[in-house]
Design a protein. Structure first.
Length: 197
């Protein structure tokens, strides 16, 4: 999978109590033009590469109009394209009423920062507000359209047996296509450095 960074900075403030956002991506306020994105996607897909059009959240105000709506339509764009994006459960539900809009743009994989199946843990992490039933709805609806729904999760020092069980049960219920569990030590390091300052 080749990464195509669309640029821009995330306006959310997740993990403020843990030393700040754990996502380390090139930071630039400038967003690539739609022509540049289409050009680079064309190069990748002509080589049959899978492309991750990387934004913190493809459906946030910052990227929805300037990137998502500008992606070329699948039929007239890049046949066979396999495009992955990051999204928030909240913004995807609020902005996209018909998930075939994603398929039309060649999007075959969507990653969500679920972090935990325990809603109190998510609150602690400062994640944008969404419920477990919305996670389940979104994940299953994407699957119904043949789109791979994937989750980022965390296991932190603040987790308990009960929060881990909630995460496990949510995974069992929704069966995401892929899961990436953020390394525990990253979070602990940030948390430690925060207490030292
Ligand atoms: S939405 Fe993602 S990129 Fe933005 S602050 Fe939260 S974790 Fe970081």
């Amino acid at each position: 999978m080749k990464f195509l960074y669309a640029g821009g900075e995330c306006k959310n403030h997740c993990f403020a109590n843990y030393g700040g956002c754990l996502v380390h991506t090139p930071k630039t306020t400038e967003i690539l033009s739609s022509e540049e994105i289409a050009y680079q996607l064309g190069l990748l897909t002509s080589k049959h590469e899978q492309a991750f059009v990387y934004t913190p959240d493809m459906f946030s105000d910052l990227y929805y109009k300037s990137v998502f709506l500008e992606l070329p339509f699948y039929d007239g764009g890049f046949p066979g394209a396999y495009i992955a994006v990051n999204a928030s459960v909240r913004t995807l539900i609020d902005k996209v009423k018909d998930f075939s809009d994603l398929l039309d743009r060649g999007i075959r994989e969507v990653w969500f920062g679920i972090e935990s199946g325990d809603e109190l843990m998510r609150k602690k992490y400062g994640k944008p507000n969404f419920s477990n039933s919305e996670v389940a709805f979104t994940t299953k609806e994407l699957q119904r359209f043949g789109i791979h729904a994937c989750w980022y999760l965390l296991d932190s020092k603040d987790d308990t047996d009960s929060s881990r069980l909630a995460t496990y049960e949510l995974i069992r219920e929704c069966e995401p296509y892929r899961i990436r569990i953020w390394p525990l030590e990253d979070l602990e390091d940030l948390s430690d450095s925060e207490t030292k300052t």
